[in-house]
Ligand binder design. Structure first.
Ligand code: COA
Length: 407
């Protein structure tokens, strides 16, 4: 815990304590999920991720998060039908993607199209969309369709219409390839979606809750969340993990690679977590899946990832003593999703498909007992600046021009 150091360095403005990064600060409550960073335990509404991963489907987890309990058979079928009925995209959204430059990053496309979905969703008179479970299901159902459609469009192929009888995971893979996936692939993706569905007040979920707390609607909150997920300190790491794995090329090169990376002052992507001081509990399930998929497809990605984790764990313990840096959820996401045929720049989109369940559930929870989230900052600028008329200001180059020129 480095709170004491952060706190010490952040005392200012008359002794006000500033917690940079809100590390360890409790800003709200939730019934949705609990992260125990010391024990390495994650639960959704009390259900341990180690029970959910091998047993639950993504649809059951969606129901659990949105409606507060595990569904019975009737409730599950009802949700399944409603998700399937909401998967098709408005034709204008598909046309918009067709008109988008093919080299546009998938996360930028996803963020834009999820925002665009609001234009075609029913709204009340003042233009606000009701934030309710119906809207949540709408977003959970359509997010994978956007990711699958963009995959095909950027490859110069026609998007494929969803199939109502398939699970979320199977339908996503079908919408990319036009073939129903093998059971192992469906199961792996389904488990991935279960594992990534919620994680308490992580940065993107917090962004969604902040947006919702202003009474902006659920589409705006989802768009904020996707934008926040994108960075590599949060959901943007797995593509870079895959880059490392590919650059390493063979398990025996992992040690030297990590040494060189740390010597350059870079971070090992997929390692470390703000909350977990032990290995991320989701990593063991993702690792098992990556291993199975690598064996089935005869690829070397799992073996390299395993060697990389071992090398990075040892090297980081030496380089950052006392920091307790271990594999996080993103680490084995990379070989798992790559083995399922996704490209590295799509990995974070897949994360968004799973987390849309958590984001929307958090938005609904926020609105049940809403209070505007509006923290304070200490002011560190000049105390009183007298007005300077334009003709008396110092001459010089435009700051904007200098900045653009890199000077
Ligand atoms: N590789 C190298 N050093 C790392 C590291 C990593 N993956 N993760 C943390 N550290 C080091 C930092 O450099 C820092 O060292 P310093 O004190 O000498 O400056 C120290 O550990 C603390 O890091 P900090 O960034 O303050 O901790 P945090 O709680 O904010 O870190 C992460 C959490 C996830 C941002 C961080 O571990 C990280 O950047 N990981 C790599 C990116 C990643 O996997 N993102 C996905 C997260 S799920």
């Amino acid at each position: 815990m480095h709170l004491a150091f952060e706190t010490l360095t952040a005392m200012s403005d008359g002794g006000t304590v500033v917690d940079r990064g809100l590390e360890g600060v409790v800003v709200g409550s939730t019934e949705l999920s609990r992260v125990d960073g010391e024990a390495g335990r994650l639960t959704y509404r009390g259900f341990d991720i180690h029970d959910l991963a091998p047993n639950a489907t993504f649809e059951e987890v969606c129901y659990l998060l949105l409606f507060g309990q595990l569904p019975n058979a009737y409730q599950l079928e009802d949700l399944r039908v409603r998700l399937a009925a909401n998967r098709a995209l408005p034709p204008a959204i598909v046309d918009w993607m067709r008109a988008t430059p093919k080299d546009a990053p998938p996360m930028a496309v996803l963020r834009t199209m999820v925002s665009g979905l609001a234009l075609f969703a029913p709204h009340v008179e003042d233009g606000v969309h009701p934030s309710n479970p119906r809207a949540a299901i709408h977003l959970i159902a359509k997010t994978p369709s956007i990711v699958a459609a963009w995959d095909r469009i950027r490859r110069g192929l026609e998007p494929i219409a969803p199939l109502p009888n398939l699970s979320t995971a199977a339908n996503f893979l079908y919408m990319r390839s036009g073939r129903a996936p093998i059971p192992e692939a469906e199961r792996a993706l389904d488990t991935y979606l279960v594992l990534l569905a919620d994680h308490s007040y992580n940065a993107s979920t917090f962004a969604a809750r902040v947006t919702a707390s202003t009474r902006a609607d659920i589409f705006g909150a989802a768009t904020s969340a996707i934008a926040t997920l994108e960075g590599d300190l949060h959901g943007g790491a797995p593509g870079k993990v895959m880059k490392m794995i590919r650059e390493i090329g063979a398990p025996e090169r992992a040690g030297a690679y990590v040494s060189e990376l740390l010597a350059r002052g870079e971070r090992v992507m997929g390692m470390g977590h703000r909350e977990y001081n032990v290995r991320d509990p989701r990593a063991q399930h993702l690792e098992a899946m990556a291993k199975v998929l690598a064996e089935a497809s005869g690829t070397k990605w799992y073996a390299i990832a395993r060697a990389l984790e071992d090398a990075a764990t040892v090297a980081l313990a030496e380089a950052k003593p006392g920091r307790r840096i271990y594999a996080n959820v993103e680490f084995y996401t990379a070989p798992t999703l790559y083995s399922l045929g996704l490209q590295p720049d799509e990995f974070t989109c897949m994360f968004a498909c799973a987390r849309m369940a958590g984001w929307t559930a958090h938005v609904l929870e926020q609105l049940r007992d809403n209070r505007l989230i509006r923290p304070r900052a200490t002011y560190t600028g000049p105390q009183a600046s007298p007005w300077i008329p334009l003709e008396r200001r110092a001459s010089g180059k435009s700051v904007a021009t200098s900045a653009a020129a890199g000077s």
